[in-house]
Ligand binder design. Structure first.
Ligand SMILES: [Zn+2]
Length: 282
């Protein structure tokens, strides 16, 4: 009981939960808007239009609109978690259900921030890991919904690891980050190349190589093969489950986003090793 009371009286914990929910709410905007911005940019490059879209400007304005009916969302309907509970998961204007992803992202972000606070306290390292986990949450849902891993996010993640280790704020050497990134990019690239020679089509997307490079930089070279192995098993299991539930033949030519499985595998390994280190340090 004493430990629960101590837990609830920890002011930093509440700050971590509140900041996590607010950041999670912003991540939802990124997940919804970034793929649209990127595809608008690629159309802009191919046409003569003078449309210039900067991701930061477009992510922050105009204010939030409901994805269902495009009506502007009032501030009191835009409070993380609570508005969803008050509205009972339905849009105030058109009554359509709000995708459970919105609440899920807010809760996952809050959980990540609580975890980061417990392991790193208030430190630069905490800030780096909070950004690391936030970007992974974005990538997970963007790939799941659009089959696409934006360079803005994967490459930022890679640079963040290099910057963090070079400045000494993260607990690994820059050489380890560079080795991990190179190996992380090379293994799926080589696998894809062999697959291409065999079937004359790509098995992986280019976004997967960059995501693996970033994960290799953050988690080290030794994590690359386990991440790929665990992700492949998870992907196969999900395909099997899909077959059982949907009772339809799985079309191998159908695209399966691999990014979410890579991220699941990487975070499992990451949390596992952190808990392990934490236990031996005691
Ligand atoms: Zn609506």
């Amino acid at each position: 009981m004493a430990s629960i009371q101590l837990f609830l009286h920890d002011f930093g914990l509440w700050i971590a939960i509140v900041i996590g929910l607010v950041v999670g709410s912003f991540l939802n905007v990124v997940i919804y808007r970034l793929p649209k911005i990127v595809s608008a940019q690629s159309i802009g490059e191919n046409s003569d239009s003078n449309l210039t879209l900067t991701p930061w400007g477009t992510l922050l304005s105009p204010g939030s609109t409901a994805p269902c009916c495009q009506k502007p969302i009032a501030w009191f309907d835009n409070i993380p978690l609570f508005s969803w509970l008050i509205l009972r998961g339905k849009c105030r204007d058109c009554g359509q259900a709000i995708a459970p992803r919105y609440v899920l992202v807010e809760l996952l972000t809050a959980l990540s921030f609580v975890w980061v606070y417990f392991y790193f306290g208030l430190s630069w390292e905490a800030l780096f890991y909070a950004i690391f986990l936030s970007v992974l949450i974005c990538l997970f849902f963007i790939d799941l919904e659009t089959y696409y891993l934006p360079d803005y996010l994967t490459l930022s993640l890679l640079w963040l690891a290099l910057l963090g280790s070079a400045s000494g704020l993260l607990n690994f050497a820059p050489s380890d980050a560079i080795l991990g990134a190179s190996f992380g990019y090379f293994v799926p690239w080589a696998t894809n190349f062999i697959y291409w020679l065999w079937r004359r089509r790509d098995g992986f997307g280019g976004g997967d190589f960059k995501l693996m490079a970033a994960l290799g930089a953050w988690l080290g070279m030794s994590a690359v093969l386990p991440i790929l192995a665990i992700a492949s098993v998870l992907a196969l299991l999900s395909m099997g489950l899909w077959l059982l539930i949907k009772k339809e033949r799985f079309d191998l030519n159908r695209m399966l986003p691999f990014g979410p499985f890579l991220i699941l595998a990487a975070t499992t390994l990451f949390f596992d090793s952190q808990v392990f280190n934490f236990l031996i340090e005691r």
